[in-house]
Write a protein that binds this ligand. Structure first.
Ligand SMILES: *Cc1c(COP(=O)(O)O)cnc(C)c1O
Length: 225
C-alpha cells in the first residue's frame, strides 16, 4: 500500500487507506496489503494529479477513450504510475488499450481473449489480466458465469494470457459478501490468488474477504455527476 504524504488534516486518501488497513484480517497482516486502485472516471486530470501528489500510484478507468485523453502525460511524468482498465472492452479498442493500460480487469469473453493475446504479442507487452465473473448471474451484466469460469480460465491459459485473478461487481441491491466469498472460492479452485473486488460502498467487506485490489472512486474523488 502506498504511504500517504504527511499533512495536517487527513485527506480522503488517508481515510480510505486507514479503513483498508483496519479491515485486513489478522492472518493476512504480514502480507503486502490490498492495492488501492483510485477510480478516476469522469474526474479531470487535476484530480488525479492531486492524488499523485499524495503518493497514490495505482489508478483505474473504465473507458479507453477517456483514459487516453487523461493519462499519457501523467504516465510520462510518473513512470511508476500503474493504470488499470476496469470497464468493458470492445475488440476494436484493444490496440489502444494494450498500449495504454498496465492491467486488464474486465476480460469476459473468448473473442476478447484472442484479440488481447494477439495484440500483446504484436506490441511485445504481457499485461496481467483478471477475468470478470458475473457472480450474480445478471443477464445485463458482463462477465463469465460462475459455472463457466474454470473452462474460460483454461482457454485463456492455453492462449498464453497472463491470468492473475478474478474480478466481480456484485448486484447493486444485494449484500456483496456472498459474491466476494464466491469469487474467492472460484479463484482458489483455479489456482489464482488475486481478487479485484470492492468499491466505495463495500471495500472493507471485500478486504475482510480477501480482496487484493479494491476499486474505489467516489470515496476518494467525491460523487460523480
Ligand atoms: C466506477 C467503478 C468503480 C468505483 O465505484 P465507486 O462506487 O465510485 O467507488 C469500481 N469498479 C468499477 C468496475 C467501476 O466501473
Amino acid at each position: 500500500m502506498p504511504q500517504a504524504a504527511q499533512s495536517s488534516s487527513p485527506t480522503p486518501l488517508d481515510d480510505v487507506l486507514a479503513r483498508i488497513k483496519a479491515a485486513i484480517p489478522p492472518e493476512r497482516l504480514d502480507d503486502r496489503g490490498p492495492q488501492l486502485l483510485a477510480v478516476s472516471k469522469t474526474k479531470p486530470a487535476e484530480a488525479v494529479q492531486a492524488l499523485l501528489d499524495q503518493g497514490q500510484r495505482h489508478f483505474a478507468e473504465n473507458r479507453v477513450q477517456e483514459a487516453q485523453a487523461k493519462f499519457p502525460a501523467l504516465q510520462q511524468a510518473y513512470p511508476d504510475l500503474v493504470l488499470h482498465l476496469i470497464g468493458p472492452l470492445q475488440t476494436n479498442k484493444v490496440k489502444e488499450a494494450v498500449a495504454l493500460f498496465d492491467a486488464i480487469h474486465s476480460l469476459d469473453r473468448e473473442k476478447l481473449a484472442r484479440a488481447l493475446k494477439s495484440e500483446m504479442d504484436k506490441q511485445g507487452r504481457d499485461l496481467p489480466c483478471f477475468i470478470q465473473v458475473n457472480t450474480g448471474e445478471e443477464p445485463q451484466k458482463a462477465g463469465i458465469a460462475p459455472a463457466q469460469t474454470a473452462e474460460f480460465i483454461g482457454l485463456c491459459r492455453t492462449l498464453g494470457l497472463n491470468i492473475v485473478g478474478l474480478m466481480c461487481i456484485p448486484p447493486f441491491d444485494e449484500d456483496p459478501a456472498p459474491h466476494f466469498a464466491l469469487l474467492r472460492v472460484l479463484a482458489e479452485r483455479n489456482g489464482l490468488d488475486q481478487l479485484s473486488m470492492g468499491m466505495s460502498s463495500d471495500f472493507e467487506t471485500a478486504v475482510q474477504l480477501g480482496a487484493t485490489h479494491v476499486r474505489v472512486g467516489s470515496a476518494l474523488f467525491g460523487a460523480r455527476d
